[in-house]
Structures are given as structure tokens and as C-alpha cells.
Ligand binder design. Sequence first.
Ligand code: C6P
Length: 425
Amino acid sequence: MTIANPRDTGVQRLPFDLARIRRDFPILKREIAPGVPLVYLDNAATSQKPVQVIAELTRFYRDHNANIHRGVHTLSVESTELYEAARAKVARFINAPKTEEIIFTRNTTESLNLVAHAWARKFLHEGDEVVISEIEHHSNIVPWQMLRDARGIVLRYIPMLPDGTLDLDAARKIIGPRTKLLSITAMSNALGTIVPLEVLVPLAKAQGAVVMVDGAQSVPHLPVDVQALDIDFLAFSAHKMLGPTGIGILWGKMALLDAMDPFLGGGDMILTVSMERSTWADVPAKFEAGTPNVADAIAFGTAIDYLDALGMDAVREHERDITDYALRRLADVPGVSIFGPMDADLRGGVISFELEGVHPHDIGQVLDTHGVAIRTGHHCAQPVMLALNVPATARASFYLYNTTDEVDKLATSLEEVTRFFGGAR
Ligand code: C6P
């Protein structure tokens, strides 16, 4: 049974039936070794894909494949329509006022860099302040450091408190009249902390600053409404929300996108080209130079159909319950220390932890022999590791198909890890 017909425009809500959902994900039936079923807990890195998304990719290449916005032949027209329909689905999903405000990029990283290049390089000047936080992913740190070095902007960080939440008192002092941009994650990939945008966004708006949100971890897991949030830019990746790799989104308010110069020059982003000069196409084409990732954008539309059919409130509720269970279950495993807020209402389905006496890399390797896939390392958030005073953590991250049985498997496997490394606690 399919969850939603990808060609439907209307969405029928379906009950959150975990067994049925799991049947849609063929990879969840995989065994890592004979008799060792996969327990996939690395969803913050990338999610698995349902059959509907996989089928849509094949269907596109089999039945429609052509370049878009170029031809008058049937296949080109069909491909263009499917691509633009996917854009409309994305717009509806985040409640963007205009479909044209959705720009297809490769991923969150490219979306954040697009704003750093095409907006910030044009509108920010020496001494202007960009405020980020200590819990950002590198892709929301490095572009601003590069801009600081090139343009002399000042980069300021909202610090992290020991419990993994942001220091809001410090934020009130840091965000001020010189703040021109607040670029902030909505959910930490390293700790799961949900950032209180409802507090931070008004602080920045009161100073007349532009607000960009890194939604790589929030859009896949929480209902997100860009108008209710009152933000200006939102960046996220399809591959973390049931869609293919190689497709990302930048949403921006039309007035800002209109005022920006292009990021890349080439085909499809121009209105006219002469030997002397070129003029730009309208948004979004202005930011989609060259042949875009047509098939993956269309399959991303199918991923959105799937999430819409479940409803993002239901997705969040399920993940909150799993996280709550996991926080309690892991706290009972001898030697485990969990980083970040201990309240499942304050975090998404991400749990970073350490196991006394065992390096995270070793935890990951032994868990793999039990079929349990987690991520270990600095999670592209080295400032968080510095603040925690650890070189790395082990991280389990959940999605809509994970079960409490899988959390139990993680917990019992961690006990095995302790035994394996000779710790008797
Ligand atoms: N975090 C993780 O394992 P890309 O790689 O461009 O799709 O997403 C970058 C990115 C930006 N912001 C946040 C909050 C993220 O979590 C990520 C990706 C993955 O945590 C891969 S490092």
C-alpha cells in the first residue's frame, strides 16, 4: 500500500501505523551480517528512503526524462511540469507565501553559502555583525568566517550553557544595533537541542536584522512555518527527510531574493546575453544556473507527499516519544553519560553520549557488529565538542520509522560494548 500517490495534489492524512510505515522502507529489512538485522540510528546524517521515492526516481528516468525549461517537445514539457510541481510542494510544506521563493540547491551547505555570497557579500560591510551560535554545524560557521576574512564583518557567537541549550541572557546582550544578520540553527545536529526561535527571532527583528535559519535538522522532524516564524531565509536538505541526496532548498523572502545578485552564472539564469553584458532571469531561475537536479527534485516532491500524509505533528510526536524512551533507557546503561537537555520536549530525536572508558569510534565499530548504525566523531560541530571538552561523541538519531525495540537493541548492545572492552560497572 502506498502512503500517498505522488501525483496527488491533495493530501489524505493516514494514521501513524509504525508497522505499515516500516514496510515502505526496503532497507529496514536488511541484515548487516547473516541473522543480524539493521537497526538504523544515523538519521541525522541522512534518512532512509521509502519505496515511493525510489519508484518516482525510476519512473522519471523511465517515462519522462528530458531537460527542463528548454524544449517544446512533450518530454521536456512534462519534466518541467513535474519539476515545478515539486517546487510548489516544498513551498506548501513550509508555508512559503510564494512558490517562486523556493530555490533548488544541492544541500543545506550550498543554500547557506548562497546567502553568504549573494546576499551578505552585497549588503554587509566592514564592522557589521553576524550573530551565530556555538552549537552550529560547520556549514553555518565556515562561510561566515570566510566572509569575515574577506569583508571585515564581525562574527559573534551565542554561547552554549552546560546543558546544551543556548545562553539566552547572553543572546540579549550580543544581538544589538550592529547585528545585521542572525544565522541560527533551529535544532543542533550534535546535541538535538531545539533552539527557541520564538525568543531569538524577535530580538534580531527588533534590531532590523535579517534572520536565516539552518533547518537541516528541524524541517525533517518538526512542523515548520516560515511565516509564523517571521524569518527571512531557511536552508534545508532533501536527503535528511526521505528524499534523495543532491537536492537542497533555500527559501527566502522575495524582496531579499530579488535584490540579490546571482551566485553562479550560466545557462537558464539569464534573460539576455550580449557580447557586452547579461541581464538576469527572475527568481528562482536567477539562482538555478545550468541543468538542475531534475529527477531528485521531483522525487523530493514525493518525499514531501509522504511526510504530508503522515502529518508533521504526528512525526514530531512519535520522535518525541522515542527520544523520551531512549533518554530513560540509555541513562540506565552503566557508564553512559548523555549530553544535551534531558527533557525530550527540548530536543529532537538526537542523543549524543559517551561510554566511560571507551572511545566513541570503538563504540561505533562494536555496535556495527550488532547491526546498530550510529555516527561517531565531532558531527561537523567541533565548537560543541570543545565546549563539552570531549574529542568526539557517539550519536544515535531517530526518525519516523524507529521503534522502542530498536532503542532496546541499542541499549543492550552498549552493555555488550562495555563487556567487550572489559569494563565491569
Ligand atoms: N549534518 C550530520 O550527520 P548537508 O550536508 O549540506 O546536507 O547538511 C549540512 C548540515 C547543516 N546544518 C545542520 C544542522 C546539519 O545537521 C547538517 C548536516 C549531518 O549531522 C552531516 S555532517
